[in-house]
Design a protein around this ligand. Sequence first.
Ligand SMILES: [Zn+2]
Length: 423
Amino acid sequence: MHTGNSLNTPLLRTIVYVVFSGIILFAAVPRTAITFLFTNSTNGYLEDCHCPSTPYGGVVRRATYINTIRAQQRNTVLIDSGDIINPSSDTLKAETLFRSYVYMGYDAIALGDQEFTFGIDWFMEHTNNLPFICANVYRKTETGLHQLVQPYIIKKIGGMRIAFIGLIGTNVFAFFNPAIKPEIEQQLLIRNPEQTIRSLIQTLNTQADIIVAVTHQGMEADKQLAKNVSGIDLIIGGHDQTLTELPVKCKKTRIVQCGKNGEHIGKLNTTIINARMKKVFLTLIELRDSYMDDKQIRYWIEQYKSAYFNTVKKKKNEPVADNALLVHMFSDPACGYCTDLKNIYFKTLWPQQYGITFNLIYHDIHDPKTKPLLKQMCKAHNITIDTLDYPTIFFWGTVYSGEHAIDERLPDAIKSVAEKMNQ
Ligand SMILES: [Zn+2]
């Protein structure tokens, strides 16, 4: 007669043992999902290039995207690999960019050569609230060598301790602005990146579970680094503006970069298992206009543009409401369509319709003084003067060139800005 407990049969005992031990083993393996958002070589772009081929990018859209991902995935870190500004940036633009980077909440930023566009002292004075990291650059002073910025940052994310170590290439200043290069050569010492990180990895052995190198030296140097130094889980690179469709794998290290000018933001979803980066999935996000402008950054950009244009051409001595929206119109004085825009639409119709006022500055395209200003404004908007149709209107960070573009897009843009302003 069968009276015993079913577990007493050898086969079932084995099955139960295997299943339970499997569950215990599975449960014992710590695994954490972490998302790395990253940018590099954004090169002073506040907005997209307004060009037909790659109309992507802009910190206004990037901020919106970052907030969306942070809301979905708590374990998210935000990294940049340097060259936030570029040699054609002016200091006001650079300050606007740095302010936007603080606002977006970057966790670590590698030092790029272009950050020294206005010299070492200017950089130090304007970035002390940003998390720049670089382990191998030192400043020579009377009291000896001093690390220019912090060498690394350790972040605890999802229970994992992740060390972000900054590195800069030894030859990234090779073609630097001759006006600044002597200062760089005299005052900075750049040590060998491989030796630097090799010894840091040993030091951080007990303090970090994952090692991420945030580098500014280019893809080939990153590959060499991965081959020659073990223990780096991930390299987030920059400087040579490579767009990695897939992570580049060298030995056990993966390398990623996301192109140039802030057109894309990289999203690397990872699963950390037993303190190793086991599963990775890279997406390069094209920052299209379907991502709404972040209102705070849009406001700073418009402030910057007003200040920039006012340094080039002083406003006329006309009383202007404090909250009036700046509009620049470039046209032939004989253009009747433009007269209607000036005297009817901007002056009365749209203010009545949308509850906002405009500070319209008119420029005669035949006036010899107009062209240099227009060139500068085109440069600020990353377009070339040769592509313009007239009339051309600059409003709220966008260029409307030709009657068709103005009719099709400007009223909607004004309506949308008015809604934002009146919220
Ligand atoms: Zn660079």
